[in-house]
Design a protein around this ligand. Structure first.
Ligand code: 5GP
Length: 113
């Protein structure tokens, strides 16, 4: 599996940027489960949650609420947000660079996660 997210972080593949700092990059998912579906990725080269150390876990957990609030504030029709991460091919992970889905929820959006 190719690490396309590393290329997105380094601007080698274009993306719609949502958030960017020294540790974390967030951008719109190319396939929007619902409008505003965002991916949050650590800039460190980390494959999945099994490879997190405490420092990285703290960084991600500090940033997820900030980015979730920004996504929610972007559209008054967003009523809630799901946050999920697939870890391992068996769990549905398709890109081998750790990432967290922020999925906005709307009235009657029909999404069945
Ligand atoms: P996973 O299935 O690994 O949990 O999630 C990978 C996500 O990456 C999918 O939702 C997929 O749509 C998204 N994705 C794959 N390739 C690209 C890309 O080139 N650009 C963007 N923005 N998202 C991508």
């Amino acid at each position: 599996m190719e690490d396309i997210f590393d290329k997105i972080i380094h601007g080698e593949i274009p993306s719609y940027k949502v958030y960017d700092d020294e540790d974390v990059f967030a951008f719109l998912d190319i396939s929007q489960a619902t409008p505003g579906h965002t991916l949050v990725v650590p800039k460190a080269d980390v494959k999945d949650i099994f490879a997190y150390d405490d420092e990285l876990a703290k960084k991600i957990l500090t940033k997820l609420p900030i980015i979730a609030r920004a996504v929610k504030a972007s559209n008054p029709k967003i009523l809630g947000i799901n946050i999920l991460s697939n870890n391992g091919v068996a769990a549905g992970q398709s890109v081998p660079h750790s990432h967290w889905h922020i999925i906005p929820r709307y009235e009657n959006d029909g999404l069945d996660l």
